[in-house]
Each structure stands twice: as structure tokens, then as C-alpha cells.
Design a protein around this ligand. Structure first.
Ligand SMILES: *Cc1c(COP(=O)(O)O)cnc(C)c1O
Length: 355
């Protein structure tokens, strides 16, 4: 069955493929083999340490089917290396990046015929690691489980390229200097969900987080990085994103867009962006967007705070935003030469070419 015959939309993260990859680590033996099994429930002791103290990290990357029948992962080494950094921050063992990439290849190959091939669709891979030692002591676990599961997905936001409203809360923060904001760890998301619910209740789709110390500087969204286009006094348009720090997650798409934009001849700047730079009456910000693996590039049409709503530019998706989204998609779906060598073909897979 092709995805196009299916009446119910795939959505994001609702369905899972047939297989998963699992490996275990112990202090005595290190990593055991990463084996392919059917996708099924994990058996865990109720005292598995991840359930109590939150030693849990994850990644998200996609496999894209190209018209010529290749199936390719987008920059999997980027995710593998970030996974190792997240592990180190949470006192978890490093999974060698080559094991991470091989596990993703194994799963994508096993479930290649479950990769959806409609417009904007892909196979989302979710590698994760959790502490599984049965113990209630507050210390690093001595046993871990690494697994990769996969989900056939649509574009993250129903409605595709429409602009979203984002919610800037008073008071609450996502990450503080010295904390875990730069690690892709489960607890960061748990701490953000009440604010996400507040965003939805206020007509917004996502939270735009400000810095913890001054509550003034834009950091990022709940699971996406932030960019804006700024018109300089000499009439040039610059692409701007906050510089990375220990309170911002180093996104794969963020890094890729910085490179794509520079390659297209745009001026790109990593510098602090104050919320007031977007909400001021004489704002020079003409476009803003969020970006990440799940949703790709999402235009931000307006910013809402408890004090009101401000349009970004004219509130509609901007030209630069659309150009970058199209450029990225063209590389990911194999419609354009992969000048940066980002696409990582899954060895041993050839799908039927699509028209
Ligand atoms: C995953 C994530 C991103 C985006 O990272 P990508 O590698 O581009 O998918 C940005 N911010 C946060 C907080 C995230 O969890």
C-alpha cells in the first residue's frame, strides 16, 4: 500500500514501523551488540533508574526517499555526535558514533518498504538511551539501554507552509546557564509542557523561550531553533540566529540553514536577538522562522505575550524563509545536487523509483 492510498493522515509520531534496534550497556561489559528485533514493548524493572531520576536522552533524524529509489539519512553523524555530548552531560556512557549511525542504517534498511513517499513525508528515526539499572540511589546508573524506533511521518504541522503564532511566557524558562539546555534530554521537555499547554490555550502553536537571567533575549522554541531576517539601514537583508550556548540546543537544521544561506550569498550573523527587536514599532525584522528536523522550516507570523500580539513583518511567510525551506527540501529529497555531502544513502536499499 502506498501512503497516498491511506485515507487517514500519518501525522507525526503516531505510527511505528515493524522493527527496532536494541543494545545494552553495563559497567562490566560496556556495549553489547546492537540487534534488530520486532517493534515491541520493553520489559523494565519498576526501579529502572530512568523512571525516577530522568537519565534519558534522545535524538531525531529522518530518512528521505528520493525519486530515483535511494533512501538516505540526513547528516546522521551530526546527530550521533550530539547524542554523545548529551550522554556525557547526563553521566551516561558514550555510544560510539559509528554504532549510532550503523543502528540507524540497520533500522532504515529493515523498514525501507514502510517509508512513506508522499509530498513532505519521510521516516523519522528516534534513537534514545535510558538508565535501566534497578536501583533507587541517586547516582549514575550502571546499566543502560539504547534503542532506535521509527515512525512514518508527514510534515509536523498540519497545513504545511502556513505561519504560526508563538507564545512568549512571563517568568517560566526552558534552560539556565550551567543547566542541561544544550543536551537533548527528556527532562527538558517535561519542564516545558505546562508552558506548551499555555501556548495552545492562547492560540499559539509553540513556545518562544527567552533567556533565564534577563528574560530579554530570544533563545529558541520548544524543539526548534529560531531565525529572523533583519533589514539593515543600508537596505540589505541579514539572516540572524542566536549564537549557540549551553542554553540552546545545537540543531542540525540550524547548522544546515546557516550553510545553505551563506552558499546562496546571504549574509548570516550569529548574535543575541532581543524580543524587543521584533516587537518594537520600528522593528527592522521582516521575517522570522523556526527550524528543526521534525518540522523543517516553519514561518512565524506573530508573537504573543500576556500583553498582546505583534505581527512579524506582514504576518505572512517570508520570501527568504520559503527559499531556505525549498532549498533544504530539494537536497533532502534528492532533487538537487548535494553540494555539502549531507545525504547518507542507506547501504543495500533500492526502492522503486517514483514518477
Ligand atoms: C531537537 C531540538 C532542536 C532542533 O534540532 P534539529 O537537529 O535541527 O532537529 C532545537 N531545539 C531543541 C530544544 C530541540 O530539542
Amino acid at each position: 500500500m502506498s501512503a497516498g492510498d491511506d485515507p487517514a493522515p500519518l501525522g507525526f509520531g503516531n505510527r511505528f514501523t515493524s522493527h527496532m534496534v536494541v543494545a545494552r550497556w553495563t559497567t562490566e561489559k560496556g556495549w553489547g551488540p546492537a540487534g534488530l528485533t520486532g517493534h515491541r514493548p520493553l520489559e523494565l524493572p519498576p526501579t529502572a533508574m530512568a523512571l525516577h531520576y530522568g537519565q534519558a536522552i534522545f535524538e531525531g533524524l529522518k530518512a528521505y526517499a528520493a525519486a530515483d529509489g535511494t533512501l538516505a539519512l540526513f547528516r546522521p553523524w551530526f546527530n550521533a555526535e550530539r547524542f554523545a555530548r548529551s550522554a556525557a552531560r547526563l553521566a551516561m556512557p558514550e555510544l560510539p558514533p559509528q554504532v549510532f549511525v550503523a543502528a540507524c542504517e540497520t533500522l532504515a534498511r529493515a523498514d525501507a518498504d514502510e517509508v512513506p513517499r508522499g509530498q513532505g513525508q519521510s521516516l523519522y528515526l528516534r534513537p534514545f538511551m535510558i538508565a535501566v539499572e534497578p536501583n533507587l540511589g541517586v547516582r549514575p546508573s550502571r546499566e543502560y539501554l539504547f534503542a532506535v524506533v521509527a515512525s512514518p511521518v508527514d510534515h509536523f504541522f498540519a497545513g504545511g507552509g502556513e505561519a504560526i503564532d508563538v507564545w512568549c511566557p512571563d517568568g517560566l524558562i526552558r534552560a539556565a546557564p550551567g543547566g542541561t539546555g544544550a543536551a537533548k534530554c527528556a527532562g527538558n521537555y517535561a519542564g516545558s509542557l505546562a508552558t506548551k499547554a499555555e501556548a495552545l490555550a492562547n492560540g499559539c502553536q509553540e513556545v518562544l523561550w527567552l533567556d533565564a537571567l534577563e528574560h530579554r533575549w530570544i533563545e529558541e522554541l520548544g524543539a526548534m531553533n529560531f531565525f529572523c531576517a533583519v533589514r539593515t539601514p543600508d537596505g540589505e537583508t541579514q539572516l540572524v540566529t542566536p549564537a549557540l550556548s549551553d542554553t540552546i540546543l545545537a540543531g542540525n537544521i540550524r547548522d544546515s540553514l546557516l550553510r545553505l544561506a551563506a552558499g546562496l550569498g546571504h549574509r548570516v550573523t550569529e548574535r543575541p536577538v532581543a524580543l524587543a527587536e521584533l516587537t518594537a514599532d520600528d522593528s527592522r525584522v521582516t521575517e522570522a522562522f523556526a527550524c528543526g528536523t521534525a518540522a523543517s522550516v516553519v514561518p512565524i507570523g506573530a508573537i504573543r505575550t500576556p500583553r498582546g500580539r505583534t505581527l512579524v513583518g506582514d504576518g505572512r511567510p517570508g520570501k527568504l524563509t520559503a527559499a531556505l525551506r525549498d532549498e533544504l527540501a530539494a537536497v533532502q529529497y534528492g532533487r538537487q545536487h548535494d553540494a555539502h555531502g549531507w545525504m547518507h544513502p542507506v547501504p543495500g536499499v533500492s526502492l522503486a523509483p517514483s514518477p
